[in-house]
Design a protein around this ligand. Structure first.
Ligand SMILES: [Zn+2]
Length: 230
C-alpha cells in the first residue's frame, strides 16, 4: 500500500516538472497511507530527479529518521503544518509557479476564471511572512511560520505566499497535483483576460456544482500526464 503511494509521489514530482509548476525548486508530499500522523516527501532534490529511493517519511513536526546525512527541504514545515491542521488533506504541493506571483504582490485577487479551477472559489488568501516575522528570507523554515501559513490557508484549497509562491492541497496527492497545475493556468488566463476587459468569473453556485462533480482520483488527466512522461 505504502509502496504504491511512494510510486505515485514519484510520478507527482515528475509531472509537476513536466507541466511547468516546479523547476529545481518546489516540492510535493503525500500523507502516509499507513500512518496518518506521518507524510512522505523526498530529500532536497529537484523534483524531476525523484525516485522511490529518495522518498523519506516525516512526522508532523517535520522530523525524519531516514535522512542518513542527506539535506532536507528547509520548507518541509509547510507540509507538516498543513497535515497537522487539515485532517482531510492527503496531498500538498508547494511551488513558485510564475504566473501566480503577480497575484501575491498586488491587490488583484485570484478567482476561478474557468470550470477547471472552480476549487479557487474557496477564498484564496495571501500569506505574508512580514505579518508574522518581519524581514526574513521569505522561506517557511520554522514550525511557527508553517503554522501561520496553515492558519492562512484555513479550510481553503490554495494559499498564496507574498513574493514567493503558493501552497495547494488535495484529497489525494493526485488532486493536489492537478489543482497546482490548474491554479497556474488560471493565473495566466486571468491576467490575460483582465487585460482585455471586465472579467466574468464563475459564480459561487457554478463553482459549487463543478466542485461537487470533481473526483479526487482525477483519473483522466493523471493517466495522460503519466503517459506523457514516457
Ligand atoms: Zn518556496
Amino acid at each position: 500500500m505504502e509502496d504504491q503511494l511512494i510510486e505515485e509521489l514519484v510520478l507527482a514530482n515528475r509531472i509537476l516538472f513536466a507541466q511547468g509548476v516546479v523547476d529545481a525548486f518546489g516540492h510535493v508530499s503525500a500523507r502516509s497511507s499507513a500512518d496518518p500522523s506521518r507524510f512522505l516527501l523526498t530529500w532536497a532534490i529537484a523534483p524531476a530527479l525523484a525516485t522511490a529511493a529518495d522518498v523519506l517519511s516525516f512526522d508532523l513536526d517535520g522530523n525524519t529518521p531516514d535522512a542518513a546525512g542527506r539535506e532536507l527541504y528547509s520548507e518541509r514545515f509547510i507540509h507538516a503544518a498543513v497535515y497537522r491542521s487539515r485532517p482531510d488533506v492527503m496531498g500538498v504541493v508547494h511551488s513558485h509557479s510564475p504566473s501566480i506571483i503577480p497575484f501575491t504582490v498586488t491587490e488583484a485577487a485570484l478567482r476561478p476564471i474557468w470550470h477547471m479551477s472552480a476549487f479557487l472559489e474557496s477564498s484564496v488568501s495571501v500569506f505574508d511572512t512580514q505579518d508574522t516575522a518581519g524581514d526574513t528570507d521569505l522561506l517557511i523554515k520554522t514550525p511557527a511560520l508553517g503554522a501561520a501559513l496553515a492558519s492562512s490557508l484555513g479550510e481553503s484549497t490554495v494559499a498564496l505566499m507574498r513574493g514567493h509562491g503558493s501552497v495547494v492541497v488535495g484529497r489525494s496527492v493526485r488532486e493536489a497535483v492537478s489543482r497546482a497545475i490548474y491554479t497556474e493556468a488560471n493565473a495566466k488566463l486571468q491576467a490575460e483576460s483582465e487585460r482585455m476587459g471586465k472579467v466574468k468569473f464563475l459564480t459561487p453556485g457554478e463553482a459549487k456544482l463543478m466542485n461537487d462533480y470533481s473526483r479526487p482520483d482525477v483519473r483522466r488527466q493523471w493517466d495522460l500526464w503519466v503517459r506523457e512522461l514516457a
